[in-house]
Design a binder for this molecule. Structure first.
Ligand SMILES: [Zn+2]
Length: 429
Protein backbone atom coordinates (compact mmCIF):
# COMPACT_ATOMS: atom_id res chain seq x y z
CA UNK A 1 0.00 0.00 0.00
CA UNK A 2 1.56 3.23 -1.15
CA UNK A 3 0.19 6.73 -0.83
CA UNK A 4 1.29 8.96 -3.71
CA UNK A 5 1.20 12.73 -3.29
CA UNK A 6 1.37 14.34 -6.71
CA UNK A 7 2.09 17.99 -7.54
CA UNK A 8 3.52 18.45 -4.02
CA UNK A 9 5.86 21.23 -2.89
CA UNK A 10 7.81 19.30 -0.28
CA UNK A 11 9.73 21.26 2.33
CA UNK A 12 12.35 19.18 4.15
CA UNK A 13 11.73 20.01 7.83
CA UNK A 14 15.44 19.86 8.64
CA UNK A 15 17.29 21.30 5.64
CA UNK A 16 14.35 23.51 4.53
CA UNK A 17 15.13 22.48 0.94
CA UNK A 18 12.08 22.50 -1.31
CA UNK A 19 11.49 19.94 -4.05
CA UNK A 20 8.51 19.82 -6.32
CA UNK A 21 6.95 16.66 -7.69
CA UNK A 22 5.75 13.31 -6.42
CA UNK A 23 6.09 11.83 -2.94
CA UNK A 24 5.53 8.12 -2.25
CA UNK A 25 4.68 7.21 1.34
CA UNK A 26 4.49 3.69 2.71
CA UNK A 27 2.51 2.82 5.85
CA UNK A 28 3.45 1.61 9.30
CA UNK A 29 6.06 2.51 11.91
CA UNK A 30 8.85 1.53 9.52
CA UNK A 31 7.19 3.15 6.48
CA UNK A 32 9.23 5.45 4.27
CA UNK A 33 9.09 8.55 2.15
CA UNK A 34 10.59 8.43 -1.35
CA UNK A 35 10.56 10.74 -4.37
CA UNK A 36 9.70 8.80 -7.56
CA UNK A 37 10.10 10.60 -10.89
CA UNK A 38 6.78 9.40 -12.24
CA UNK A 39 3.46 8.11 -10.95
CA UNK A 40 2.67 4.47 -11.66
CA UNK A 41 0.11 4.12 -14.45
CA UNK A 42 -3.47 3.24 -13.50
CA UNK A 43 -2.83 -0.39 -14.48
CA UNK A 44 0.24 -0.73 -12.25
CA UNK A 45 -1.26 0.74 -9.04
CA UNK A 46 -1.53 -1.97 -6.40
CA UNK A 47 -4.72 -2.63 -4.37
CA UNK A 48 -4.74 -0.09 -1.52
CA UNK A 49 -2.54 2.37 -3.40
CA UNK A 50 -3.90 5.88 -3.54
CA UNK A 51 -3.00 9.14 -5.27
CA UNK A 52 -3.70 12.50 -3.61
CA UNK A 53 -3.41 15.62 -5.75
CA UNK A 54 -1.67 18.30 -3.66
CA UNK A 55 -2.34 20.96 -6.32
CA UNK A 56 1.04 22.57 -5.67
CA UNK A 57 0.49 22.89 -1.94
CA UNK A 58 3.26 22.84 0.64
CA UNK A 59 3.92 19.44 2.26
CA UNK A 60 6.21 18.99 5.26
CA UNK A 61 6.76 16.80 8.30
CA UNK A 62 3.88 16.80 10.76
CA UNK A 63 4.28 18.17 14.29
CA UNK A 64 4.92 16.73 17.76
CA UNK A 65 4.18 17.90 21.30
CA UNK A 66 6.90 17.64 23.96
CA UNK A 67 4.69 18.00 27.06
CA UNK A 68 0.91 17.61 27.25
CA UNK A 69 -1.70 16.79 29.90
CA UNK A 70 -4.68 15.19 28.19
CA UNK A 71 -6.30 14.84 31.64
CA UNK A 72 -7.16 18.57 31.50
CA UNK A 73 -9.32 18.21 28.36
CA UNK A 74 -12.68 18.28 30.17
CA UNK A 75 -11.74 21.34 32.24
CA UNK A 76 -12.78 23.84 29.59
CA UNK A 77 -15.60 25.95 31.09
CA UNK A 78 -15.86 23.86 34.25
CA UNK A 79 -17.47 25.18 37.48
CA UNK A 80 -15.43 27.78 39.34
CA UNK A 81 -13.32 26.44 42.23
CA UNK A 82 -14.46 27.00 45.85
CA UNK A 83 -11.71 29.60 46.21
CA UNK A 84 -10.12 31.75 43.52
CA UNK A 85 -6.42 30.74 43.45
CA UNK A 86 -4.00 33.53 44.28
CA UNK A 87 -0.75 31.69 43.58
CA UNK A 88 0.62 28.69 41.68
CA UNK A 89 0.25 26.12 44.46
CA UNK A 90 -3.38 27.20 44.95
CA UNK A 91 -3.96 26.77 41.20
CA UNK A 92 -2.93 23.15 41.64
CA UNK A 93 -4.88 22.64 44.86
CA UNK A 94 -8.11 24.33 43.86
CA UNK A 95 -8.22 23.51 40.14
CA UNK A 96 -6.08 20.66 38.84
CA UNK A 97 -5.88 18.39 41.89
CA UNK A 98 -9.63 18.71 42.50
CA UNK A 99 -10.21 17.74 38.87
CA UNK A 100 -7.72 14.90 38.48
CA UNK A 101 -8.86 13.18 41.74
CA UNK A 102 -12.36 12.84 40.25
CA UNK A 103 -11.38 11.31 36.89
CA UNK A 104 -12.48 7.75 36.14
CA UNK A 105 -11.74 5.43 33.23
CA UNK A 106 -14.51 6.73 30.93
CA UNK A 107 -13.50 10.34 31.58
CA UNK A 108 -9.86 9.49 30.83
CA UNK A 109 -10.86 7.79 27.58
CA UNK A 110 -13.02 10.77 26.56
CA UNK A 111 -10.18 13.18 27.41
CA UNK A 112 -7.61 11.18 25.43
CA UNK A 113 -9.83 10.71 22.37
CA UNK A 114 -10.79 14.38 22.24
CA UNK A 115 -7.24 15.61 22.74
CA UNK A 116 -6.07 13.20 20.02
CA UNK A 117 -8.71 14.51 17.59
CA UNK A 118 -7.67 18.09 18.35
CA UNK A 119 -3.99 17.25 17.90
CA UNK A 120 -4.65 15.45 14.61
CA UNK A 121 -6.62 18.41 13.23
CA UNK A 122 -3.74 20.70 14.18
CA UNK A 123 -1.18 18.52 12.40
CA UNK A 124 0.26 16.94 15.56
CA UNK A 125 0.90 13.22 15.05
CA UNK A 126 3.14 12.49 18.06
CA UNK A 127 2.43 13.35 21.70
CA UNK A 128 4.49 13.10 24.88
CA UNK A 129 1.90 13.11 27.68
CA UNK A 130 2.11 13.39 31.46
CA UNK A 131 -1.06 11.93 33.00
CA UNK A 132 -2.69 12.26 36.44
CA UNK A 133 -5.81 10.53 37.78
CA UNK A 134 -4.86 9.51 41.36
CA UNK A 135 -7.97 7.46 42.00
CA UNK A 136 -8.16 5.79 38.57
CA UNK A 137 -4.56 4.80 37.94
CA UNK A 138 -4.75 1.12 37.08
CA UNK A 139 -4.83 0.73 33.28
CA UNK A 140 -4.97 4.50 32.64
CA UNK A 141 -1.89 4.55 30.40
CA UNK A 142 -3.12 1.72 28.18
CA UNK A 143 -6.51 3.49 27.90
CA UNK A 144 -4.75 6.65 26.69
CA UNK A 145 -2.46 4.69 24.33
CA UNK A 146 -5.39 2.92 22.67
CA UNK A 147 -7.38 6.16 22.37
CA UNK A 148 -4.43 7.91 20.70
CA UNK A 149 -3.92 4.97 18.35
CA UNK A 150 -7.62 4.89 17.45
CA UNK A 151 -7.22 8.42 16.08
CA UNK A 152 -3.79 7.58 14.60
CA UNK A 153 -1.33 9.27 16.97
CA UNK A 154 1.95 7.86 18.23
CA UNK A 155 3.04 8.66 21.78
CA UNK A 156 5.30 8.46 24.81
CA UNK A 157 3.15 8.34 27.94
CA UNK A 158 3.73 8.39 31.67
CA UNK A 159 1.80 8.58 34.91
CA UNK A 160 2.75 11.53 37.17
CA UNK A 161 3.48 9.77 40.46
CA UNK A 162 3.58 11.82 43.66
CA UNK A 163 3.16 11.63 47.42
CA UNK A 164 0.34 14.17 47.49
CA UNK A 165 -2.50 11.63 47.89
CA UNK A 166 -0.76 9.23 50.25
CA UNK A 167 0.68 5.77 49.95
CA UNK A 168 -2.12 4.17 47.89
CA UNK A 169 -1.87 6.32 44.74
CA UNK A 170 1.92 6.50 45.17
CA UNK A 171 2.25 2.70 45.01
CA UNK A 172 -0.41 2.44 42.30
CA UNK A 173 1.50 4.98 40.18
CA UNK A 174 4.71 2.98 40.41
CA UNK A 175 2.84 -0.27 39.66
CA UNK A 176 0.99 1.23 36.67
CA UNK A 177 4.26 2.58 35.24
CA UNK A 178 6.06 -0.74 35.73
CA UNK A 179 3.19 -2.69 34.16
CA UNK A 180 2.88 -0.35 31.19
CA UNK A 181 6.61 -0.29 30.42
CA UNK A 182 6.87 -4.06 31.03
CA UNK A 183 4.14 -4.65 28.42
CA UNK A 184 6.55 -3.44 25.73
CA UNK A 185 5.21 0.11 25.53
CA UNK A 186 7.76 2.92 25.42
CA UNK A 187 7.23 5.83 27.81
CA UNK A 188 8.60 7.52 30.89
CA UNK A 189 8.55 7.25 34.64
CA UNK A 190 6.48 10.32 35.47
CA UNK A 191 6.84 12.35 38.65
CA UNK A 192 4.77 15.41 39.49
CA UNK A 193 7.41 17.80 40.90
CA UNK A 194 10.10 17.95 43.57
CA UNK A 195 7.72 19.45 46.15
CA UNK A 196 5.31 16.49 45.93
CA UNK A 197 7.93 13.72 45.67
CA UNK A 198 9.83 12.53 48.76
CA UNK A 199 13.30 10.96 48.65
CA UNK A 200 11.95 7.42 48.79
CA UNK A 201 9.73 7.96 45.77
CA UNK A 202 12.45 9.81 43.86
CA UNK A 203 14.81 6.87 44.32
CA UNK A 204 12.12 4.32 43.40
CA UNK A 205 11.35 6.31 40.22
CA UNK A 206 15.00 6.61 39.17
CA UNK A 207 15.47 2.86 39.78
CA UNK A 208 12.33 2.05 37.79
CA UNK A 209 13.47 4.25 34.89
CA UNK A 210 16.85 2.50 34.87
CA UNK A 211 15.14 -0.91 34.88
CA UNK A 212 13.22 0.03 31.73
CA UNK A 213 16.00 1.98 30.01
CA UNK A 214 14.04 5.21 30.05
CA UNK A 215 14.08 8.59 31.79
CA UNK A 216 12.08 10.63 34.28
CA UNK A 217 9.43 13.13 33.09
CA UNK A 218 8.96 15.77 35.80
CA UNK A 219 7.98 19.42 36.33
CA UNK A 220 11.02 21.42 37.45
CA UNK A 221 10.96 24.84 39.15
CA UNK A 222 7.76 25.83 37.38
CA UNK A 223 7.17 28.24 40.27
CA UNK A 224 9.52 29.64 42.91
CA UNK A 225 7.52 27.62 45.48
CA UNK A 226 9.14 24.41 44.17
CA UNK A 227 12.61 25.85 44.95
CA UNK A 228 11.56 27.20 48.37
CA UNK A 229 10.16 23.82 49.40
CA UNK A 230 13.28 22.03 48.21
CA UNK A 231 15.65 24.37 50.05
CA UNK A 232 13.62 24.13 53.27
CA UNK A 233 13.12 20.36 53.13
CA UNK A 234 16.31 19.05 51.55
CA UNK A 235 18.74 21.97 51.96
CA UNK A 236 19.41 22.17 48.23
CA UNK A 237 17.83 23.43 45.04
CA UNK A 238 15.58 21.31 42.77
CA UNK A 239 18.00 20.56 39.93
CA UNK A 240 20.76 19.72 42.45
CA UNK A 241 18.38 17.34 44.20
CA UNK A 242 17.41 15.64 40.92
CA UNK A 243 21.04 15.46 39.84
CA UNK A 244 22.14 13.93 43.18
CA UNK A 245 19.41 11.29 42.79
CA UNK A 246 20.62 10.35 39.29
CA UNK A 247 17.47 11.68 37.61
CA UNK A 248 19.46 13.78 35.13
CA UNK A 249 21.69 10.95 33.93
CA UNK A 250 19.41 9.73 31.15
CA UNK A 251 19.12 11.33 27.68
CA UNK A 252 15.45 10.30 27.89
CA UNK A 253 14.72 12.49 30.92
CA UNK A 254 12.34 15.44 30.40
CA UNK A 255 12.41 18.50 32.67
CA UNK A 256 9.28 20.57 32.09
CA UNK A 257 9.42 24.37 32.60
CA UNK A 258 12.81 25.00 34.36
CA UNK A 259 11.90 28.64 34.99
CA UNK A 260 13.39 29.47 38.38
CA UNK A 261 16.92 28.06 38.02
CA UNK A 262 20.14 29.44 39.52
CA UNK A 263 23.26 29.74 37.37
CA UNK A 264 24.59 26.54 38.97
CA UNK A 265 21.39 24.70 38.11
CA UNK A 266 21.50 25.96 34.50
CA UNK A 267 25.04 24.58 34.24
CA UNK A 268 23.91 21.23 35.65
CA UNK A 269 21.14 21.02 33.04
CA UNK A 270 23.52 22.01 30.22
CA UNK A 271 26.09 19.44 31.30
CA UNK A 272 23.51 16.65 31.63
CA UNK A 273 22.00 14.74 28.70
CA UNK A 274 18.46 15.60 29.92
CA UNK A 275 15.93 17.60 27.86
CA UNK A 276 13.91 20.67 28.79
CA UNK A 277 10.39 21.59 27.64
CA UNK A 278 9.20 25.18 27.33
CA UNK A 279 5.44 25.73 27.86
CA UNK A 280 4.96 29.46 27.32
CA UNK A 281 1.19 29.89 27.41
CA UNK A 282 0.77 27.80 30.54
CA UNK A 283 3.49 29.83 32.26
CA UNK A 284 1.75 33.06 31.28
CA UNK A 285 -1.62 31.68 32.41
CA UNK A 286 -0.22 30.68 35.81
CA UNK A 287 1.80 33.90 36.10
CA UNK A 288 4.94 31.96 37.06
CA UNK A 289 7.38 33.93 34.92
CA UNK A 290 9.54 33.12 31.91
CA UNK A 291 13.10 32.01 31.24
CA UNK A 292 15.94 32.37 28.78
CA UNK A 293 15.95 28.81 27.45
CA UNK A 294 19.05 29.41 25.34
CA UNK A 295 20.95 29.35 28.64
CA UNK A 296 19.89 25.72 29.06
CA UNK A 297 21.65 24.45 25.94
CA UNK A 298 20.40 22.89 22.72
CA UNK A 299 18.15 20.20 24.15
CA UNK A 300 15.03 22.33 24.52
CA UNK A 301 11.67 21.47 22.96
CA UNK A 302 8.16 22.93 23.08
CA UNK A 303 4.96 21.71 24.71
CA UNK A 304 1.41 22.85 25.44
CA UNK A 305 1.24 21.77 29.11
CA UNK A 306 -2.40 20.80 28.51
CA UNK A 307 -3.49 24.34 27.60
CA UNK A 308 -4.52 23.15 24.10
CA UNK A 309 -3.30 20.79 21.38
CA UNK A 310 -1.96 23.23 18.81
CA UNK A 311 1.83 23.20 18.51
CA UNK A 312 1.94 26.01 15.94
CA UNK A 313 0.21 28.19 18.54
CA UNK A 314 2.76 27.14 21.19
CA UNK A 315 5.56 28.01 18.78
CA UNK A 316 4.15 31.49 18.12
CA UNK A 317 3.79 32.16 21.86
CA UNK A 318 7.37 30.99 22.47
CA UNK A 319 8.60 33.28 19.70
CA UNK A 320 6.76 36.32 21.05
CA UNK A 321 7.84 35.89 24.69
CA UNK A 322 11.30 34.95 23.43
CA UNK A 323 11.78 38.47 22.13
CA UNK A 324 11.94 39.78 25.68
CA UNK A 325 13.50 36.79 27.43
CA UNK A 326 16.17 35.70 24.98
CA UNK A 327 16.00 37.69 21.72
CA UNK A 328 15.17 34.52 19.82
CA UNK A 329 15.26 34.54 16.00
CA UNK A 330 12.66 32.87 13.77
CA UNK A 331 15.22 30.23 12.78
CA UNK A 332 16.18 29.49 16.40
CA UNK A 333 12.50 29.18 17.31
CA UNK A 334 11.80 26.88 14.36
CA UNK A 335 14.71 24.62 15.42
CA UNK A 336 13.31 24.48 18.97
CA UNK A 337 9.88 23.56 17.56
CA UNK A 338 11.46 20.68 15.61
CA UNK A 339 13.85 19.51 18.39
CA UNK A 340 11.19 17.11 19.70
CA UNK A 341 11.84 14.81 16.72
CA UNK A 342 15.46 14.38 17.82
CA UNK A 343 14.30 13.55 21.33
CA UNK A 344 11.72 10.99 20.10
CA UNK A 345 14.29 9.41 17.76
CA UNK A 346 16.75 9.16 20.66
CA UNK A 347 14.13 7.29 22.69
CA UNK A 348 13.92 4.70 19.90
CA UNK A 349 10.18 5.37 19.79
CA UNK A 350 8.24 4.45 16.69
CA UNK A 351 5.72 6.57 14.84
CA UNK A 352 7.62 9.78 14.09
CA UNK A 353 9.38 8.79 10.86
CA UNK A 354 9.44 10.52 7.48
CA UNK A 355 6.01 9.08 6.59
CA UNK A 356 4.35 11.61 8.94
CA UNK A 357 3.29 14.62 6.89
CA UNK A 358 0.99 17.60 6.70
CA UNK A 359 -0.41 19.11 3.50
CA UNK A 360 -0.74 22.84 4.11
CA UNK A 361 -3.27 25.12 2.43
CA UNK A 362 -0.89 28.01 2.96
CA UNK A 363 -2.21 31.11 1.20
CA UNK A 364 0.98 33.14 1.37
CA UNK A 365 1.04 36.52 -0.37
CA UNK A 366 4.84 36.13 -0.70
CA UNK A 367 7.18 33.44 -1.98
CA UNK A 368 8.19 30.62 0.36
CA UNK A 369 11.88 29.74 0.01
CA UNK A 370 14.36 27.71 2.09
CA UNK A 371 15.91 31.00 3.20
CA UNK A 372 12.73 32.70 4.37
CA UNK A 373 10.71 29.73 5.65
CA UNK A 374 11.37 30.49 9.37
CA UNK A 375 9.78 33.91 8.79
CA UNK A 376 6.70 32.25 7.29
CA UNK A 377 6.71 29.82 10.20
CA UNK A 378 6.42 32.49 12.90
CA UNK A 379 4.44 35.18 11.07
CA UNK A 380 2.28 33.27 8.62
CA UNK A 381 1.71 29.60 9.18
CA UNK A 382 -1.20 28.64 11.44
CA UNK A 383 -2.96 25.40 12.20
CA UNK A 384 -5.90 26.65 10.13
CA UNK A 385 -3.64 25.98 7.15
CA UNK A 386 -3.42 22.27 8.00
CA UNK A 387 -5.58 20.56 5.37
CA UNK A 388 -4.55 16.91 5.33
CA UNK A 389 -2.54 14.94 7.88
CA UNK A 390 -0.71 11.70 7.19
CA UNK A 391 0.37 9.70 10.24
CA UNK A 392 2.63 6.72 9.71
CA UNK A 393 1.68 6.68 6.04
CA UNK A 394 -2.06 6.75 6.71
CA UNK A 395 -4.42 9.68 6.07
CA UNK A 396 -5.92 10.58 9.47
CA UNK A 397 -7.26 14.03 8.52
CA UNK A 398 -8.40 14.81 4.99
CA UNK A 399 -9.22 18.38 3.99
CA UNK A 400 -9.89 19.26 7.64
CA UNK A 401 -11.99 16.20 8.53
CA UNK A 402 -10.78 13.40 10.78
CA UNK A 403 -11.03 10.10 8.90
CA UNK A 404 -10.18 7.59 11.63
CA UNK A 405 -12.98 8.25 14.15
CA UNK A 406 -16.40 9.93 14.08
CA UNK A 407 -15.55 13.34 15.49
CA UNK A 408 -19.20 14.05 16.37
CA UNK A 409 -19.39 10.86 18.42
CA UNK A 410 -16.11 11.64 20.20
CA UNK A 411 -17.31 15.14 21.15
CA UNK A 412 -20.72 13.84 22.30
CA UNK A 413 -18.97 11.25 24.50
CA UNK A 414 -16.65 13.96 25.85
CA UNK A 415 -19.55 16.27 26.75
CA UNK A 416 -21.35 13.41 28.50
CA UNK A 417 -18.23 12.62 30.53
CA UNK A 418 -17.57 16.32 31.22
CA UNK A 419 -21.08 16.67 32.69
CA UNK A 420 -20.38 13.66 34.96
CA UNK A 421 -17.06 15.15 36.04
CA UNK A 422 -18.52 18.59 36.71
CA UNK A 423 -21.38 17.05 38.75
CA UNK A 424 -18.71 15.40 40.93
CA UNK A 425 -16.89 18.72 41.27
CA UNK A 426 -20.09 20.46 42.43
CA UNK A 427 -21.09 17.73 44.89
CA UNK A 428 -17.66 17.67 46.49
CA UNK A 429 -17.51 21.46 46.88
ZN1 LIG B 1 2.90 20.06 32.87
Amino acid sequence: MTLYLKDARYLDAETLEIREGILAVTPGPAGELTFPDTLPGADSLQPGDRVIDCRGRLVTKSFACGHHHIYSTLARGMPAPPKIPTNFVEVLEYIWWRLDKRLDRDMIEASALTAAVHMAKHGVTFCIDHHASPFAIDGALETIARSFEKVGLAHLLCYEISCRDGDGPRKAGLAETDAYLSSGRKGHVGLHASFTVDDGLLKAAVDLAAKHGTGIHIHVAEDAADQEHCLETYGKRVVQRLSDAGALDSPHTILAHCIHLSEEEKALVRQSPAWVVQNTESNLNNNVGGANYRELGERVMLGTDGMHSDMLRSAKAAYLIGQGTEGISPDQLYRRFRAVHTFVHGMGAQGDGDNNLVILDYDSPTDVTPENFPGHFVYGLESGHVATVIAQGRVIVEEGRVTTVDEGEVLAFARQQARRLWDKLRVNG
